[in-house]
Design a protein around this ligand. Structure first.
Ligand SMILES: C[S@@+](CC[C@H](N)C(=O)[O-])C[C@H]1O[C@@H](n2cnc3c(N)ncnc32)[C@H](O)[C@@H]1O
Length: 275
């Protein structure tokens, strides 16, 4: 790795270091970020499910999205949905997917946190169909993930060093990381995730806008990382250099079509790069 990337890596390690293990275990999996009702997290599960069993589960997918929109609206109005409602679809998916013959698509998740998504892929019956590897720069996240899933491959790893790892994967998934990288490092990360993906890269963003030209630069000196607002078309363009086809899905479009609209989703989007 070049010196500037080593320095950026060290700053990212420092940025996440103040968070303790217990805090990381519940970080980003509650409220509107709860993967049971986060539209982005649900769409990632649906993308993988569709990739494994094309078009087979359209009906429960639509029902789950409608249910999640209702829960999102409740939360946005300051009411917490009942645990029963939050869990409504876990059993539906488990009973649909678990009995099916194992598919075993290989999957790398970069910046996996404390198994923030994987714990739900397990609860929803998707995990047994994946040959999964999760990496994160923060060792405490990896400790948490291994404690929850001792038999699953979770490792400390860096988005800037994926190619050096030597492996390739059917699917590569990255959620809520790119906004925290320097513009130069974003290009390296796009190159790295694209190089190790055989079929698709799935990216979630928490802060993008529709502007064509430039990302909005924002540094957070106290945390030694960035919090940019990224240009979604520009991100798509970066992936187009490596992918056969790129699709973007701003959450606001999705939600205003399907229901009301919550400010929480205003700058969130998904990107699919088909290799
Ligand atoms: C905002 S959190 C997102 C966590 C998880 N993907 C989610 O959606 O809930 C960003 C994560 O990126 C990890 N991270 C930061 N820099 C990284 C790097 N260079 N390579 C891999 N992971 C990194 C952090 O440790 C943190 O867990």
């Amino acid at each position: 790795m070049e010196k500037w990337l080593r320095e950026e890596t060290a700053a990212l390690v420092d940025a996440w270091a103040p968070k303790g293990k217990d805090e990381l275990r519940v970080y980003l999996v509650q409220g509107l970020q709860d993967p049971r009702i986060s539209i982005q997290k649900i769409l990632v599960r649906h993308f993988l499910t569709n990739a494994l069993w094309p078009d087979r589960f359209r009906r429960p997918m639509l029902a789950e999205l409608k249910h999640a929109v209702r829960c999102n609206l409740e939360l946005s109005a300051g009411r917490r949905p009942r645990e029963l409602d939050l869990n409504a679809f876990a059993a539906v998916w488990r009973s649909a997917l678990e009995p099916l013959p194992r598919r075993k698509a290989s999957m790398l998740e970069v910046a996996c946190g404390s198994a923030n998504d994987y714990r739900f892929w397990a609860a929803y019956g998707l995990a047994p169909h994946l040959e999964y590897t999760g990496i994160d720069l923060n060792a405490r996240n990896i400790e948490n993930a291994r404690e929850m899933f001792p038999d699953v491959r979770f490792e400390v790893g860096n988005v800037f060093e994926l190619v050096a790892g030597g492996g390739t994967f059917d699917y590569v998934y990255v959620s809520d990381l790119f906004e925290h990288l320097s513009f130069q490092a974003i290009e390296v990360a796009v190159e790295q995730v694209s190089s190790v993906a055989r079929r698709a890269v799935i990216v979630n963003f928490f802060e993008v806008f529709d502007g064509l030209g430039h990302h909005v630069y924002r540094r957070v000196p106290s945390r030694r990382y960035y919090w940019h607002t990224l240009s979604l078309p520009k991100m798509a363009h970066l992936f187009e250099r490596r992918a056969r086809h790129v699709r973007t899905l701003p959450m606001v479009d999705y939600l205003s079509r399907e229901a009301g609209f919550s400010p929480y989703h205003a700058r969130r989007a998904m990107l699919l790069a088909l290799m």
